[in-house]
Ligand binder design. Structure first.
Ligand code: ADP
Length: 436
């Protein structure tokens, strides 16, 4: 970037210098022409007022050509050529015949010079012509090439030094920005770059947060897997060493079975979460009847509810939502399963699907899972959607919980751009609403 800015800067300076020089030469040549014309005019005045031309003794000066023609343009006298030649075709002679005065510039190819002519008609009808030879435009440019080259080189060198420092000051805030963002400091850059800096800073923080979350998750996963594996390994070792009686053997096998089942559920949930992470965008969305899904889920959980001495009921009416069917089944299942597992003996779970018109006049479908269970105190309410967060770890474990159910629910809700509301009171119950 620095290199590009410096090179562009130098290029701009060189182009500016060259075009300024070209313009200056053109302007100079123009005023030079005007000056010569004035010179020739006053010289003609001198010649005429001296009256010398009448006596054929025309005064001449260096570099000057003086010509006298008769009124028809035939040369009577010329410092540079013979008399008798017809000059009536020359533009400056014609102009003097017509207007009394004329001016012309002609290029002499063989020595690359210009010839300036001024003509004037005098009293007796004769025409006086004064000529002056000068360098041509090209020649003048050619003669000033050393100066031009010097100026261009000087300017290029000066602009290189200037460009170097200018680029350095220009880039400095950007370099500072990169350093500050890495150091997590408040960035101080050009006003125009503030949104950009803010965005990068935000992304940087997100990346850090994500990395931290992943690290924490990996640590948690290892820890969660370790507990059942340690138990499996311990019981197996006892059996292997012949330290278990026959009755123990059956009990130990039961423990091993329970821990393996726990391992499998944990692994299932972990795989599910990482699947949800990966398929962030590519999910099949279709019209699904959320009442149907909830109804099937309630039927499926009847047995589990009976085992927990909980009544589960379904109410509401058919409602279609735009969603992924499998994910909706998972969402409803996790919410109902929790409502049963964190309930009290003799408690109830009410699942309903309804539609309401919101303040913007839009029809909204609401899935509501309400229980009369143990409830969640305020300080835990925000955290229960985090991975592996459990209010009461032993209760969660003893009912087959992994601490990932609500994290999966949260993920599904975010993916469907729908919202979720939690209302809970410790000891009284919990209500979770999913609003489509
Ligand atoms: P788990 O597998 O432990 O149930 P979840 O992610 O489903 O994990 O829930 C996280 C925690 O939130 C649970 O351990 C529990 O403490 C609390 N929780 C979830 N649902 C309810 C509920 N309906 N009533 C009371 N507590 C709940």
């Amino acid at each position: 970037m620095k290199r590009t800015i410096t090179l562009q800067f130098i290029l701009i300076v060189i182009i500016t210098v060259i075009s300024t020089l070209a313009l200056a030469i053109m302007a100079f040549y123009r005023s030079f022409t005007d000056e010569i014309r004035d010179d020739l005019k006053s010289y003609a005045g001198v010649v005429m007022s001296a009256g010398v031309f009448a006596s054929d003794k025309i005064i001449s000066a260096d570099n000057m050509r003086v010509t006298m023609t008769d009124s028809a343009g035939v040369v009577i006298y010329d410092t540079d050529s013979a008399t008798g030649r017809d000059f009536s075709g020359r533009p400056e002679i014609g102009e003097a015949m017509d207007k009394g005065e004329g001016f012309s510039v002609s290029h002499i190819k063989h020595d690359n010079k210009n010839m300036f002519y001024y003509t004037r008609k005098i009293e007796d009808g004769n025409i006086l012509r004064i000529g002056k030879r000068t360098d041509s435009r090209l020649n003048m440019l050619y003669n000033s090439i050393p100066q031009i080259v010097f100026i261009v080189l000087f300017m290029a060198a000066a602009s290189s030094v200037l460009a170097y420092f200018l680029t350095k000051t220009l880039i400095k805030p950007l370099e500072g920005m990169a350093e500050d963002i890495n150091a997590g400091k408040e960035v101080n850059v050009y006003k125009e770059l503030e949104p950009f800096a803010e965005m990068i800073k935000q992304q940087h923080e997100d990346i850090l947060k994500n990395a931290n979350m992943r690290q924490e998750f990996t640590a948690n996963v290892s820890h969660e897997l370790k507990t059942p594996l340690t138990s499996i390994s311990g019981y197996a070792e006892l059996i292997e060493n012949g330290m278990a009686t026959e009755a123990d053997g059956v009990r130990f096998a039961g423990e091993i079975h329970k821990s393996s089942k726990r391992l499998l559920t944990l692994i299932d949930d972990i795989i599910r979460l990482s699947e949800l992470d990966v398929m962030d965008r590519n999910v099949d969305i279709e019209d699904v009847d959320i009442y149907d899904i909830a109804y099937n889920c309630v039927s499926m959980l009847q047995l589990s509810a009976e085992r927990h001495n909980v009544t589960i009921e379904m109410s509401g009416k058919r409602n279609t939502v735009h969603a992924n069917k499998e994910m909706m089944e998972e969402l409803v299942y996790n919410l109902c399963d929790n409502a049963i597992r964190y309930n009290k003996a003799g408690g109830t779970v009410n699942v309903s699907v309804d539609s309401v018109v919101d303040e913007n006049g839009q029809n909204r479908v609401i899935l509501d899972v309400k229980d009369t269970g143990i409830g969640i105190s305020k300080e835990h309410q925000e955290r229960i959607f985090e991975r592996f967060y459990r209010v009461d770890k032993s209760r969660s474990k003893s009912t087959g919980g992994t601490g990932l159910g609500l994290a999966i629910v949260k993920h599904i809700v975010a993916q469907h751009h729908i919202s979720m509301e939690l209302e809970s009171e410790k000891g009284r119950g919990t209500e979770i609403k999913v609003i489509f």
